[in-house]
Structure formats: structure tokens, C-alpha cells
Design a protein around this ligand. Structure first.
Ligand SMILES: [Zn+2]
Ligand SMILES: [Zn+2]
Length: 382
């Protein structure tokens, strides 16, 4: 199986992919400037000493968002370098708050909260990388193309931002309600309101983004945009090179939707999801067991326990959320790898009915299943 290369960043500036990249960079720079202003504004109450109820949550969220946005700019080309860049950034950010005159403080707990946000963000970036080769990689490239053609327009960004704001407005009171009903540690409305707002914003923004990508994907089967730069040339032959960027185009690029039936995806995700849930439970119980049995025998563990229990409530929420995020990202990654492996077999086995397609011809990388009439894509020899 030959891997389909993902679009490079060397796309013309006036192509949809070029405009999408520029928009991503503008958003990143604006958010980074706002974040810098917020962490360095002289004596901002949020980061003050003691009573600030959202300080650690805000630190973690700030660097989680910055990590995700920086990755989207393409300025850091390798995922292995991203952690080093972000750790250096958040360390400098924290240290520079010690500049006299700002009346801010350098705080180890703040720095740890920054690291937690970066770790959670990196785990999801790694989990969301294109999985599989051949057909699954082609599906990932199509998705990337649909996303680029969407993000090339500022209206899409505006829609996503509006959706996030609405999600936060609904999520915040829900978080406070759930806190007062289920969490018996006493009232912490600030922290759970914030968590609810972040979750609400993420869920609603993601739903709007996903709906946008799907509508673009559906339209792309007729428009057949270039997979590298997302430019559409309605009158061009399906396999003529792209006029905007010169990339080669193939008949299979937008040939029928590639994907598994939902029930099949669910079946493949069952095991990773169960393992992820088990990991959360095992991790929790073993942490409690280790702390309770070892805290009287080990000075180090006693100190850790004392430090952890005296942290403000929002710092403990950050620690819990980071653990759940890391395990959640692992689960997501396993689901995606398993689904991609199944999709990659689509050239040999019909994705719709499971019929053995190895004896069926696929001219120009495309063919029709003799059993159910569903069209299929084959990449590689044959
Ligand atoms: Zn192109
Ligand atoms: Zn079939």
C-alpha cells in the first residue's frame, strides 16, 4: 500500500488552503497577544494570591488552547518539537511575571498547571493525527481539504466562535447545578461553572465545526476540489493537474464517500472505550491505595499528599481533568487506528457488505462491488 501524502504547507497564498493557513495564523497571534496581556497585566485579580478561584484552571486552559493553535499555524512542523517549544514558552511566561513593577508572582503551582494544559492538548493533537495508510490516509486528506475550504472563510470562524460562546453560556450554569447536586465537597460554584463553560463551549463549537466539515465533504464529491490546495476548477478534467498549485489529481480523489457503517465503527471502538474506562478506575483506586498505605512510611509520599490536599480546589480539578484527558486521548487514538485499519482494507473487502473484492478489477483506482453495487477505492498495485 502506498501512503497518500498529506497536503504540504507550500500551497499558493490565494488558494483556499493558503487562506485557511493565513487565518489560522492570524487567530493564533491574536490569542497569544491577549494571553500575554492577561498573564502580565499588573496585579490582575485572577492570578492574585490566595482567594482567586479560577487561577489554575485559567492557566491550564490558556496553554492548552495556545498549544492547539500553535500546531495549527504550521510554524512548528514536527510534533516532537512542539512540547519543547511550549514548555519553554510557559516557563518564560511564568518567570517574566516576576518582573518588578508588575506586582505579579512567579508560582510553581501555576507553572505545573501550564504543563498540565500543554500535556492534555498534546495528547489530543497526537491522537487526532491522520491514522492508517492508503485509503484511510486518503480519507484524512479529504477531511483536511474540506476543513481548509471551510476555514478559508472568516464567517466559518465567526460561526464557531459564536457557537462556543453559546455553549459556554449554557454550560456554566449547568456546571454550577451539577456541582450543587453531585459534588459533596462543599460549594465550589466558580470552579464547576468554569469547567461547565469550557465543556459546553468545546462540545457546541465541535458540533458546528463537524457539521461544516461534513457539508463541505458532501459538496466536494461534486466540486472535486484539489486535495492539496482545496481550489475548485469546475471545468477541469477529473485527473488533470490542479491549475492553482500544480498538484496531481486522480480519479479516486473524490470517488464515493469512504467510510464504515456507524455500527461497525461502534464495534471497533467498544474495546478501547472499555479499557479507557477501566484505566480511569484502576488509576484512581491505585493512587488512593498507594497514598493511604505509603504516606506513613515514605517521607516523599507524605509530602506529596500534604501538598496535594492543600492545593486550591481548582488545582485539583486540573489534576483530575489532565488524568482523564490523557486516558481519553489514548482511547480516541486507539479507536481511530482500529477504524483506519479497517478502512484501509476497503480495496480488498467491500466496506458496505464485506464481499471479497480481490478478484474485482479497479480501473484508475476505482471500482464497483459485484455483490451490493457499492463503489470502492483501491490504492496501490491492482
Ligand atoms: Zn491545488
Ligand atoms: Zn459490497
Amino acid at each position: 500500500m502506498t501512503a497518500v501524502p498529506l497536503p504540504t504547507l507550500q500551497v499558493p497564498r490565494d488558494s483556499p488552503a493558503g487562506r485557511a493557513l493565513r487565518n489560522r495564523r492570524v487567530v493564533f497571534v491574536v490569542v497569544a497577544i491577549l494571553a500575554f496581556a492577561a498573564t502580565h497585566w499588573p496585579k490582575l485579580e485572577l492570578a492574585g494570591t490566595g482567594g482567586a478561584p479560577l487561577d489554575k484552571l485559567a492557566h491550564a486552559l490558556n496553554f492548552a488552547v495556545l498549544t492547539a493553535l500553535l500546531w495549527q499555524t504550521g510554524w512548528v512542523r514536527r510534533l516532537a518539537i512542539l512540547p519543547a517549544v511550549m514548555v519553554a514558552w510557559c516557563s518564560l511566561d511564568e518567570l517574566s511575571q516576576g518582573i518588578p513593577g508588575l506586582r505579579r508572582t512567579v508560582d510553581l503551582d501555576d507553572w505545573l498547571a501550564n504543563l498540565a494544559g500543554i500535556a492534555g492538548s498534546l495528547a489530543f493533537i497526537a491522537a487526532l493525527r491522520p491514522a492508517g495508510q492508503g485509503i484511510a490516509a486518503l480519507a484524512a486528506t479529504r477531511r483536511r481539504c474540506a476543513l481548509d475550504s471551510l476555514l478559508a472563510h472568516w464567517t466559518a470562524w465567526l460561526n464557531i466562535a459564536t457557537a462556543a460562546a453559546l455553549g459556554a453560556a449554557v454550560g456554566a450554569p449547568l456546571g454550577v447545578l451539577l456541582d450543587s447536586w453531585f459534588v459533596r465537597k462543599g460549594p465550589q460554584p466558580w470552579q464547576y461553572g468554569f469547567v461547565g463553560a469550557v465543556l459546553g463551549a468545546s462540545v457546541v463549537a465541535h458540533a458546528v465545526l463537524e457539521a461544516g466539515i461534513r457539508s463541505r465533504l458532501r459538496r466536494s464529491h461534486d466540486d472535486r476540489p484539489c486535495l492539496a490546495c482545496a481550489a475548485v476548477a469546475p471545468d477541469a478534467a477529473p485527473d488533470a493537474p490542479c491549475r492553482t498549485c500544480g498538484a496531481a489529481r486522480h480519479a479516486r480523489d473524490w470517488f464515493r464517500p469512504i467510510g464504515l457503517p456507524g455500527s461497525e465503527e461502534l464495534r471497533l471502538c467498544m474495546m478501547p472505550v472499555l479499557l479507557g474506562m477501566a484505566a480511569v478506575i484502576v488509576f484512581n483506586f491505585s493512587a488512593i491505595a498507594i497514598l493511604t498505605t505509603m504516606r506513613l512510611r515514605s517521607e516523599l509520599i507524605l509530602r506529596f499528599d500534604t501538598w496535594f490536599t492543600t492545593l486550591p480546589p481548582d488545582a485539583r480539578i486540573v489534576a483530575d481533568a489532565t488524568g482523564v484527558a490523557l486516558i481519553g486521548a489514548w482511547t480516541l487514538s486507539r479507536c481511530r487506528v482500529r477504524i483506519a485499519a479497517e478502512v484501509d482494507r476497503g480495496g480488498e473487502r467491500c466496506l458496505a457488505c464485506g464481499f471479497d473484492l480481490r478478484a474485482t478489477a479497479a480501473g484508475a483506482g476505482t471500482g464497483t462491488c459485484p455483490e451490493c453495487g457499492e463503489q470502492f477505492v483501491r490504492i496501490g498495485p491492482g
